[in-house]
Design a protein around this ligand. Structure first.
Ligand SMILES: *Cc1c(COP(=O)(O)O)cnc(C)c1O
Length: 437
């Protein structure tokens, strides 16, 4: 029977040709971004100084499906799409669970995570509008790596502000970005007024994503022919990631499986949305549970307030209605740098409010233990971010075992952890605690 397949592949021709837009599928219209000075809703025009026009259009689009440019699709294919869906047989056996566990392999991207899916699209739209340089921030470095490679593909310069603690911890990430041709500085940096101000006040500041975003925004607004590029949170970024869920849907259909639970880790929300939005958009998957997994050290969706807040620390962005721990919250220096963000995507917040997705949170010790178990049973070292999804998967599979329930669990393996070995090393040495690096 088909279900005995452990590696489910699609043909290249089955690579998605469209993106799936969640906006028309929300129960209530998404609250608009606000101008922080006037508290009035801002129109999409206000975003044009920062982002390519096509991305701004996508941000507010109401069509259910949006066509992917053929050039973008070609590069996605060259970069390894469609990615495999794999059955975690080794993990199932180890847990002795009656559940069937599948994971989507975004770790096979050349930069090691799902982030290239939107980096390629954003670089394409920017280059077509005559932009020569992209500025951005990066936490753990996966986004910076994706932007560096996408800029290289399209002959553009990449300027990357990398959160200082990650810059120090993940030096190989910096080297990877430089190999792709990007320029990279630790943030807070001396390149921007905001960075210099923070460095004067607190010279050993570890940096945060919020601060690095402020620096990249300042860079964009003060340099000609530069646009900003963002790796998560905004509607158009999540939209570009829906290739993940569309492929997963086709792969599950090919082996006649229907998911009972879908799981993803959540920083800003892009890999979770990419995996789940195509399913959330279809009423036939209404009975599926959608679980968003966060670090206990930065529980925006589980513990944050649902209110208007800035996306960055300097207060330069429009205010977004989202679950937030506060724009000035400095998350503990956990290894899952990609999850150290004070807020979460407005559409994820809205779906959580509607009760359609459920948040949960774990500490990094139990998370990395789950990651190490996955490495031993499946051979793949997961990114500490992705290991959050694995921890939730294991708990659900063990819970189902008690009731002898054969559930179909699908999680997104958002990236590999080859540049995160210091996290696993700390776990093995017994020096890991729940909040530090
Ligand atoms: C960036 C990143 C995340 C967190 O970002 P989301 O936008 O929430 O997906 C998770 N996993 C990996 C591997 C990442 O690179």
């Amino acid at each position: 029977m088909n279900r005995s397949k452990t590696r489910i592949l699609l043909d290249i021709e089955e690579t998605p040709t469209h993106y799936v837009n969640i906006l028309p599928h929300l129960d209530n219209p998404l609250p608009p971004p606000l101008n922080p000075a006037t508290e009035e809703p801002i129109g999409p025009e206000a975003l044009l100084a920062l982002f390519p026009e096509e991305c701004v259009k996508q941000e507010v689009a109401q069509e259910k499906r949006i066509k992917m440019p053929e050039e973008v699709r070609e590069i996605l294919i060259r970069s390894g799409r469609p990615t495999p869906l794999q059955r975690a047989v080794g993990l199932e056996q180890k847990l002795k669970t009656p559940c069937r566990i599948y994971f989507k392999r975004e770790d096979v991207s050349p930069t090691g995570s799902h982030k290239l899916n939107t980096a390629i699209a954003q670089a394409y739209y920017a280059q077509r509008e005559g932009i020569e340089r992209l500025a951005t921030e990066t936490g753990a470095g996966q986004w910076g790596s994706a932007v560096a490679l996408a800029c290289s593909y399209f002959g553009m310069e990449a300027m990357i502000y990398m959160v200082r603690i990650s810059y120090q911890q993940k030096q190989y990430r910096g080297m990877l970005m430089r190999t792709y041709g990007a320029e990279i500085v630790p943030s807070p940096s001396d390149r921007t007024e905001f960075g210099r101000k923070i460095n004067r006040e607190q010279p050993d500041h570890p940096g945060t994503l919020g601060i690095a975003i402020s620096e990249a925004l300042e860079d964009t607004l003060s340099n000609a022919n530069t646009k900003y590029t963002l790796g998560s949170v905004l509607n158009f970024v999540l939209l570009h990631q829906t290739v993940i869920g569309q492929e997963t849907m086709a792969q599950l259909a090919s082996i006649e499986e229907t998911p009972d639970v879908m799981i993803g880790c959540v920083g800003g929300g892009s890999n979770f949305a990419g995996m789940t939005y195509p399913f959330l958009a279809e009423s036939r998957f209404r009975d599926c549970e959608y679980i968003a997994v966060e670090p206990e050290a930065c529980p925006s969706l589980s513990k944050g307030q649902y209110k208007y807040d800035f996306g960055d620390t300097a207060g330069m962005t429009p205010k977004l209605k989202m679950h937030t721990l506060g724009a000035d919250f400095v998350p503990p220096k956990i290894h899952a740098g990609g999850l150290r963000y004070h807020g979460v995507a407005p559409t994820i917040s809205a779906l959580a409010e509607e009760g359609r997705i459920k948040p949960c949170a774990f500490n990094q010790i139990e998370v990395l233990e789950a990651g190490a178990l996955f490495a031993k049973t499946e051979g793949i070292i997961p990114a500490p971010e992705s290991a959050h999804a694995i921890k939730a998967t294991i708990d659900i599979a063990l819970e189902a075992k008690k009731r002898n329930e054969e559930r179909v669990i699908v999680f997104n393996l958002s990236g590999h952890g080859h540049f995160d070995m210091s996290a696993y090393s700390a776990l093995l040495d017994g020096t890991l605690n729940s909040v530090s690096s």
